[in-house]
Design a protein around this ligand. Structure first.
Ligand SMILES: Nc1ncnc2c1ncn2[C@@H]1O[C@H](COP(=O)(O)OP(=O)(O)O)[C@@H](O)[C@H]1O
Ligand SMILES: [Mg+2]
Length: 368
């Protein structure tokens, strides 16, 4: 396994001029040896491009990649010693499941006893033991993808294992199991794993560190709780969470926050207060989980017009509008308890927006 240092950018255009010409904007990042990482972002944000730069399938147009301090920018995938699992199964139909799993090892002259041991272990982890002697050709798509995963996991000497949305063809139930398995496998084998996905649940359950990407840029890197509690960018607030973070426009005026025509004086760290005063206008970010119903006319609460309150099973989801001078200034979604059951469309409710979880954004960046 290896530590991977990136200092690169990539454009598919021969002479890039603007930021839009870059699939990956300049990025400096280190994947630590033995870490479990996810690259998370919407389709087209550059995840596959980044993964292919790491594996060597693609040479970045700018910059360098080093494995354990050794420059591998010009090295082939073979020379980098990377295992990569793709979105769709890549297996040999004419071989048995066992032969497929053994192939990456046999190919490198690993002794037979060791091959058997390792194939057995990986097959056990992936529930493939019963099918080891079956021909791969007759298997369903998700069984084939499990073999692909196994082929990626079977070697112990690789620098890293890269997964590019590997659970796309897997049905939801099995997906959930395989995600757990991968986590287990990571704990057992201590491999450097880099896992690409557009699915936040997948990323957050699998990875210790999640790299959130938007339009060619890594906007935040951190563990799941940091992405949830302190999104560094409004994009991360929107993208992580279900529903995502709420944002409301705020102004600093005469020593207080003005929001929808009312004044609020929440306790703020001095550095945050100074930044808000200097910026003048900003956005207030609060997660649906951290909004609470407040008593009517509570001085710290914001009046909202209820659009609907839905019973989601384990919680109630309130959707409401914040009005300013007769116009809609923003939407607030709140995860509430059964106290929301009595709310009807058109009602006025009061929500506590300001608490220690509340985040503030100037030019989309978190103020801290
Ligand atoms: N081979 C290619 N040639 C030109 N443009 C590409 C190529 N592959 C990807 N792109 C573009 O680069 C951007 C990032 O793509 P990609 O890395 O595939 O994103 P993701 O994997 O996050 O969906 C997209 O705008 C895509 O259209
Ligand atoms: Mg992709």
């Amino acid at each position: 396994m290896a530590r991977i240092d990136l200092d690169l950018a990539h454009s598919y255009v021969p002479t890039p001029r603007t930021d839009e010409d870059y699939a990956l904007l300049p990025l400096r990042f280190t994947f630590e040896d033995g870490g479990a990482y996810a690259l998370l972002g919407p389709s087209g944000c550059g995840k596959t491009t980044l993964l292919n730069c790491i594996s060597g399938l693609l040479r970045p147009s700018h910059g360098t990649i080093a494995f354990d301090g050794r420059d591998v920018t010009a090295a082939t995938p073979q020379a980098r010693n990377i295992a990569q699992v793709f979105q769709f199964p890549v297996i040999y139909d004419t071989m048995t499941v066992g032969e497929n799993l053994a192939f990456p090892l046999r190919n490198r002259g690993v002794p037979q006893a060791q091959v058997r041991e390792r194939v057995g272990r990986v097959a056990e982890l992936l529930d493939l033991l019963a099918t080891l002697d079956r021909r791969a050709s007759g298997l369903a798509a998700d069984a084939k993808q499990k073999i692909s995963l196994g082929r990626g996991l079977v070697r112990q000497d690789v620098s890293a294992i890269l997964f590019d949305e590997p659970l796309t063809v897997i049905d939801p139930q099995l997906k959930w199991q395989l995600r757990r398995k991968l986590k287990e496998i990571h704990h057992e084998f201590r491999l450097t794993l880099i896992y690409v996905t557009h699915d936040q649940t997948e990323a957050l359950t699998f990875a210790d560190q999640v790299v959130v990407m938007s339009r060619g840029k890594a906007v935040q890197v951190g563990p799941a709780d940091a992405l949830f509690e302190r999104p560094a960018h409004t994009f991360v607030g929107h993208f992580i969470g279900s529903p995502g973070m709420n944002f409301l426009p705020g102004q600093w005026r005469d020593g207080a926050i003005e929001l929808a025509g009312r004044r609020y004086m929440p306790e703020l760290p001095p550095s945050v207060e100074a930044a808000l005063r200097e910026a003048g206008s900003f956005r207030i970010g609060v997660r649906p989980e951290y909004l609470r119903l407040a008593p009517e006319r509570d001085r710290q609460a914001v009046p909202v017009r209820v659009e609907r309150a839905q019973d989601i099973g384990t919680y109630w989801l309130l959707t409401s509008g914040v009005q300013e001078a007769g116009a809609l200034a923003g939407t607030l979604r709140a995860r509430l308890g059964v106290e929301a059951a009595g709310l009807r469309a058109g009602d006025t409710a009061w929500l506590s927006v300001f608490n220690r979880h509340t985040c503030y954004y100037v030019n989309e960046e978190l103020v801290s």
